[in-house]
Design a protein around this ligand. Structure first.
Ligand code: ATP
Length: 249
């Protein structure tokens, strides 16, 4: 669904992306991990047709993105930050607005229900909680029924419940056949959610495999650390006390 070959991009003297190659299979949840400045955003924006590359080739959903960056936009969904939404619109109006951009009619209420926001259809976007906004932006990204969904740090700033709810939603999107490419700084998120991850550092991919396989190969190389006896952490305490359910406050 995504094929990247020898992709390179420099900003002046800075080589932000240094000849990376990877493929994403249809229906996969694929993670791009890496420290700040690794080149993740640059890579993703090239894949989305938003940024030009210096060399290499990129195919997304059958479109040669270098040749035809506009064509790819009709086949992908990009989760925007909620700050990109116009002010003073109700949640359902935002869905309708983006449907208009895509030139299609959608059932806004059904889409909002799919992300657990059926009760918030007539709420103003700025009145939603952080988790609700992220779910609204996921619904907006799904308006065009994309073949590939791009998520940039989808759970940053969310509490543990809201993060888990969003992970469940992303899996639902995957179950509908959509391929997902996400960036994240959260390694637990990558481990739980991603079928495979590419670890980027300094503009290169330094590892690419299933999370479990990456851990396995580290252990096979003789890595060890002091045994951790604790079977739960503060995250688990938080969830035990406050529950997993979607909340609308
Ligand atoms: P983060 O996790 O902080 O979002 P990232 O992995 O997404 O980082 P990029 O945003 O792709 O990294 O940046 C890669 C490098 O390119 C960084 O050193 C950054 O400062 C630089 N860079 C990014 N965009 C530009 C630009 N428009 N002009 C000049 N340099 C840029």
């Amino acid at each position: 669904m995504i094929a990247v070959r020898d992709l390179a991009k420099r900003y002046g003297a800075l080589e932000a992306v240094r000849g990376i190659s990877f493929e994403v299979e249809p229906g996969e949840i694929f993670g791009l991990l890496g420290p700040n400045g690794a080149g993740k955003t640059t890579t993703v924006e090239i894949l989305e047709g938003l940024r030009s590359a210096d060399s290499g080739s990129v195919t997304v959903a059958g479109v040669d993105v270098m040749q035809d960056p506009r064509a790819v936009k009709g086949r992908i969904g990009v989760q925007l930050q909620a700050s990109a939404f116009p002010e003073n619109f109700l949640a359902r109006e935002i869905i309708d607005l983006f449907a208009l951009f895509h030139g299609r009619r959608v059932d806004a209420l059904a889409l909002l229900a799919a992300v657990g926001l059926q009760d918030k259809a007539s709420a103003r976007e700025e009145k939603l909680s952080g988790g609700q906004r992220q779910r609204l932006s996921l619904a907006v990204a799904m308006v065009g029924e994309p073949q590939v969904l791009f998520l940039d740090e989808p759970t940053t700033g969310l509490d543990p419940q809201a993060r888990r709810n969003l992970w469940a939603l992303i899996r639902t999107v995957q179950a509908r056949g959509t391929t997902v490419l996400l960036t994240t700084h959260y390694l637990d998120e990558a481990e739980i959610l991603c079928d495979r991850v590419a670890v980027m550092d300094g503009g290169r991919i330094v590892a690419l495999d299933a999370p479990r396989a990456l851990v396995g190969s580290l252990l096979a190389r003789g890595f060890s650390k002091p045994a951790v006896q604790q079977q739960a952490n503060l995250d688990d305490v938080f969830l035990d006390l406050t529950g997993h359910a979607l909340r609308d406050d």
